[in-house]
Design a protein. Structure first.
Lengths: 236, 477
């Protein structure tokens, strides 16, 4: 019952949207267009979902992009920048807003190997070059030190075998985007399928992102009440 | 189950948003200090640890500039919002090295026309690289992106140019992708001297008098990047075959005049089909900038050596003759700006070309550490410099003052290859870790390498003039 009520509350504003319609508010200003479109594009085992519009009359551009596992694009999705590959970019006459995950897991690049050096004892000794006090030919002997041999080998980064929790804990295999700390953005997608393919999305979006109206600096600002109903093009 | 998760997340979202709205904060990101300290350490190294010739070259520079920190003064050209740093004007040989070291970050000489807006920057959302001029600060050595797709590397330069969309991390959601979307269908080839649009009045380069036009001036070292004279009041390239910098050809977001063709999964061949385009899928995942080595060559050859006698993309020896005697302290800025790109060449993400992969966060970290070091200090958390170690690096350098006059790109490229391989040493790869001990190790390596690199650059800049004090000695190009 709770789920049904939640679904009704979430989706009821979308029922009245015409295809191509997209609305949102930022900084007390409402933006609306009827030119929005959607796309699903396969990308190396993933699917890229884009909801985008560039309205020259309304003078704004909005692009929402989400990379999800292949096949997930056909399911209702509730994505956020805390645990999804989700970005939003907005350009308006007043300023621009961007948001993306503040922490990302680096992709495993199987071609990356590190050269690691280890020092191995040879069992021999040698003159210590740091021994400046006793050098010369006046009968003193140089201080000796153990002779080491440097060995080099190629190793895979340790994080290649770590799970997400371990990577977050150690910081290995992690990409930081501190500019987006204190931001959080969500995108809800409800697909309509025809012959196994997504033909349209209704959905909503809201959250906070980095906003700036000039080069002087940015602030965290909220974007709210975002809703859309878009036709989807499936890219081969 | 999925819907229940959706419900719970929705509830968490509401609480999260309230908390977030109560904790708004802003960030600073530019690395204004590291880029000034590095060449300063290079000159200090020359004075206190360098060869006899280096000490002599430093003395020549100090004599011409009127002192170490007094005498001739030059300006960084901070924006009004950045004047609070308090060091916009700096003087003397060391001051000029410091100003030159950071000045290219304050060039406003690359304009973009993205079909919705026209400017030299995108608004600062903490994305670090919001000045389009900073796209000239890379040398791309990559043959593949992080998807494993092959990248075309033989574009219009002796060395590989920086193909923005083809960065290491572009294929996936990240800062590279975010900026590419922001700059959708932007056309870079604005012919600045012929631009009459009011925004072009913001054009700012090394000085109010000598403005550079990157689209043409940075074509050095055999670059054949095609440009025309542009058209309209913005002087933006419109002719087929010249819009090589037009981003992904998305019809929904505005079409590029030319469409590219695909190579290994991405559209990498530029200018193949005039017009055309897809709704969302980029048909031209490609943008070309001259690499940092070419930008450096312009300032070194055309401005420093020739004194702007010509701007013709090749070095002539005639104008150099006698500049050894006549060059002014202010003109040292012409070669000290090269130190900026030289510093970039010690940064892994400027070679493994990407704006993402901890690029900005690492540079901010370095600025908070080495960026605030005190000269001669012994704070191991900040004083990353070590002149004895820098001497070891300098001694291994293949290209130095005795390479033929000009050829500053060869010094930078030597550093590029060192830095490329440095990422592949265990404990140095800051691009895939947020572990600060790794960031520190990488930054220390960069500082000590750059000290050597920049000392060699200053030495060469002085010795090239000396070699050309008369024409007969200068013809050994």
């Amino acid at each position: 019952m709770k789920l049904a009520l939640y679904g009704l509350l979430c989706l009821s504003p979308l029922w009245s949207l015409e295809q191509g319609e997209l609305k949102f508010a930022i900084g007390g200003k409402q933006y609306q267009t009827s030119q929005a479109q959607g796309m699903v594009q396969p990308k190396k085992g993933k699917s890229r979902i884009m909801i985008a519009v560039k309205d020259a009359t309304a003078r704004f551009m909005l692009v929402l992009t989400a990379d999800v596992d292949s096949g997930q694009e056909k399911l209702p999705l509730f994505l956020n920048t805390a645990d999804s590959s989700l970005t939003a970019t907005l350009k308006t006459r007043q300023g621009a807003l961007a948001v993306m995950p503040q922490v990302q897991l680096a992709r495993v690049d199987p071609r990356i190997e590190y050269v690691e050096v280890t020092h191995v004892e040879t069992g021999e000794t040698e003159d210590d070059p740091e021994d400046h006090a006793t050098h010369g030919n006046n009968g003193h002997h140089r201080r000796k030190r153990r002779k080491m041999r440097a060995e080099f080998k190629r190793v895979k980064p340790r994080w290649h075998t770590m799970d997400k929790k371990e990577r977050l804990k150690t910081g290995e295999g992690i990409i930081e985007n501190k500019a987006f700390r204190d931001t959080y953005f969500t995108l809800q997608l409800v697909p309509v399928l025809s012959q196994g393919k997504v033909v349209s999305y209704t959905g909503s979006f809201s959250g906070t992102g980095r906003y700036s109206g000039s080069i002087a600096g940015a602030e965290v600002r909220s974007i709210s009440n975002g809703v859309f109903n878009v036709k989807v093009e499936n890219v081969p | 189950m999925l819907r229940w998760k959706m419900f719970r997340r929705g509830a968490h979202l509401c609480a999260g948003l309230i908390l977030l709205m109560a904790s708004l904060s802003s960030l600073h990101a530019f690395t204004v200090n590291v880029h000034q300290n590095m060449p300063e350490d290079g000159l200090l190294y020359m004075e206190f640890q360098g060869t006899n010739q280096m000490r002599w070259a430093a003395d020549y520079m100090k004599a011409k500039a009127g002192g170490r920190y007094t005498g001739t003064c030059v300006n960084i050209n901070y924006t009004p919002e950045e004047m609070h740093y308090g060091n916009n004007t700096q003087c003397g040989a060391h001051g000029i090295e410091r100003v030159g070291g950071v000045k290219p970050d304050y060039f406003w000489d690359a304009f973009w026309d993205d079909l919705l807006f026209f400017n030299w920057h995108v608004s600062d959302m903490g994305l670090y690289s919001n000045n389009f001029s900073s796209w000239f600060h890379f040398v791309n050595l990559l043959k593949t992106n992080d998807d494993g797709n092959q990248l075309i590397t033989n574009n219009y330069n002796n060395y590989d140019g920086y193909a923005y969309n083809q960065t290491y991390g572009f294929p996936n959601v990240g800062i590279d992708y975010l900026l590419a979307v922001f700059m959708n269908n932007a056309q870079m080839s604005v012919n600045l001297p012929d631009c009459t649009e009011s925004t072009c009045s913001a054009w700012q380069g090394i000085s109010a008098v000598y403005k550079a036009n990157p689209a043409t001036d940075y074509r050095q070292n055999g670059s054949t990047t095609p440009v025309s004279n542009g058209s309209s009041n913005k002087a933006t390239e419109q002719a087929n075959g010249t819009n090589y910098n037009c981003f992904s050809d998305l019809t929904l977001l505005g079409n590029c005049p030319d469409m590219g063709t695909e190579y290994d999964g991405t559209m990498q061949f530029p200018n193949q089909v005039p017009g055309g385009g897809h709704i969302f899928s980029g048909d031209e995942d490609w943008v070309i900038y001259e690499p940092a080595t070419n930008a450096s060559t312009f300032y070194y050859n055309e401005m420093w050596l020739e004194g702007l006698a010509s701007k013709n993309n090749s070095l002539q020896t005639g104008p150099i003759s006698g500049r050894y005697y006549s060059v002014t302290g202010a003109e040292f800025l012409y070669f000290t700006v090269v130190q900026h790109w030289a510093g970039d060449m010690t940064q892994q993400a400027h070679i493994w070309s990407t704006i993402g992969y901890n690029h900005g966060d690492y540079e901010s970290y370095a600025d908070e550490k080495y960026g605030v070091r005190q000269i001669g200090g012994s704070d191991s958390d900040k004083n990353y410099e070590n002149y004895v170690e820098s001497q070891a690096y300098a001694n291994t350098w293949q290209n130095r003052y005795n390479t033929p006059v000009g050829n500053i790109d060869r010094l930078l490229m030597e550093q590029v290859f060192r830095t490329y391989h440095n990422r592949l040493r265990s404990g140095y790869d800051f691009m895939t870790t947020s572990n600060k001990s790794v960031w520190t190790t990488a930054a220390i390596w960069a500082v000590r390498n750059s000290t050597a690199e920049m000392a060699l650059i200053t030495e060469k800049a002085i010795m090239d003039l000396r070699k050309c004090r008369n024409s007969s000695a200068c013809n050994n190009l």
